[in-house]
Design a protein around this ligand. Sequence first.
Ligand SMILES: [Zn+2]
Length: 247
Amino acid sequence: MEYKYTSIVLGKRDVGETDRIYSLYTLEGGKVQALAKGVRKTGAKLAGLLENFTYADISVARNQGMGKITSSVVENGFPSLRRDYYSLSKTLSIFNIFNKIVDLDHKDPAVFMLLREFLEAVDSQSLISSTMKAEDYEDRIELLSSVFLYKLLDTLGYGSQIDGCAECGKEIGKSVEADVFFSARSGGLVCSECGSKTGNILSLSGNSVKLMHISLKNNLKSFARLKAQRKDVNHIKMAIREILAWI
Ligand SMILES: [Zn+2]
């Protein structure tokens, strides 16, 4: 049987003399693995069509066990992202995390759309990087990466409670001026009373929590124009790191 997958190439590893196993995130089947025969031979055309991050229509022949990749038609290779060192290394680290937290064979079109949107957003920013100050550009990529991970965790069912205290349900002031407490173990924000009883709490800026709210309500593209303080983005990163450590 031949299967056609709308795919994003997540990664690859060498096997045998000239083969590779590719990890793909597909619209039709979630994360799948497939073998590409002879792809490391000199002149093998398929290799160039299966680079990391490539968005492509990939055909896989499968009867039993792991399928074999028979063709790849590239839709978008995200050339600007690839040419920019900062975007490239950031995307690599995001893909490492993605690979760790996304299981094989769980179809989730929302995750596929989000991943594609992330690549498109970073690629568009990379395209105009020379028109921006390096610092502003890096902040923008950091913001997109953090918002992507926060949305991804939420889509995968690891969302955090940010409307009220995750322990007692009490409303938490929405002031962006005041700091609030966050505990991945509790599952989100915690009030000061519960915070004093819970270990491992983070203190997050009110603005970073506002950013979390905005993240869940908007698509990634709208963050391409948003200017956020580095401190607030760092606070979201801290919360994400805590959540990742818990799952
Ligand atoms: Zn509480």
